[in-house]
Design a protein around this ligand. Structure first.
Ligand code: F6R
Length: 242
């Protein structure tokens, strides 16, 4: 079941998403949150930090698991997702150092690392999974393909993704060619999913993902099979929906 909520401005959307997460932590302090990086959740994390600072919520017992990470970037690299999460959220709240998790893109044995992450997900069932949406319909780094993986796996990044990411790096050679990502099976196991999409450039893929056929060509369309998805759209991203 998809509940779709349209917002006239980002501020309200961010507040709504943050409040949904805060409510969950207040009701279940040891909840497990599935988190995303990218530009979409930035305002949501800012609101969560505000709520923590005004003592509305504590993350002392909360566990988080992130969707994905580049292969080959150390956690101190400004473009690693570990770095992003520290900067944008973890260093500002009281989450314990051993309670937040990302796939380790520096692992010597990537297959073993994927297995470790799947075990971690098994032991920590996700209460709320926050998701952004790629222009091609990807969720996490699950790119459109004939076949999708259920569990955590290494992905070869597509040329378009490498190009899009190159602007964040000092040279094209520095852009990681691979990433580790949670699989669609793990994402769909989350109790509740919050899919957040902003911007006119995503209106088309929003329509396909939410109202089109369920297909691995649009990985986000699989969310139509999930019992509890809350979709938060700004006016531009939602303009093709009735
Ligand atoms: C991020 C992630 C990606 C992004 C998606 C949208 O951890 O897994 O799927 O959510 O690429 O990115 P933005 O928010 O930058 O438009």
């Amino acid at each position: 079941m998809m509940q779709i909520i349209h917002f006239n401005d980002w501020e309200l959307l961010d507040a709504y998403a943050a409040q949904t997460i805060i409510n969950k932590i207040q009701e279940k302090p040891n909840a497990v949150l599935g988190l995303a990086t990218g530009s979409t959740p930035l305002g949501i994390y800012a609101k969560i930090i505000e709520a923590y600072r005004s003592k509305e919520v504590s993350f002392a017992q909360t566990t988080t698991v992130n969707l994905d990470e580049y292969v080959g970037l150390p956690a101190e690299h400004e473009q690693s997702y570990a770095y992003y999460m520290k900067q944008q959220l973890f260093s500002h709240i009281d989450i314990a150092d051993d309670h937040y998790h990302l796939p380790n893109g520096l692992a010597e044995n990537l297959k073993a690392e994927c297995d470790r992450y799947d075990q971690l997900l098994e032991q920590n069932p996700i209460d709320i999974q926050l998701l952004g949406l790629g222009h091609n319909g990807h969720i996490g780094f699950n790119e459109p393909d004939a076949l999708l993986s259920a569990g955590t796996h290494a992905v070869q990044l597509k040329a378009a993704t490498l190009e899009a990411n190159a602007r964040f790096f000092s040279s094209a050679a520095e852009v990681p060619k691979m990433a580790l990502t949670m699989g669609v099976g793990s994402i769909l196991k989350a109790h509740t999913i919050i899919l957040v999409v902003r911007g006119a450039d995503k209106a088309e893929i929003v329509e396909q993902a939410l109202t089109g056929p369920i297909t691995t060509d649009v990985p986000a369309s699989l969310l139509q099979t999930h019992p509890r998805v809350i979709v938060l759209l700004d006016r531009e991203a939602g303009r093709k929906l009735k």
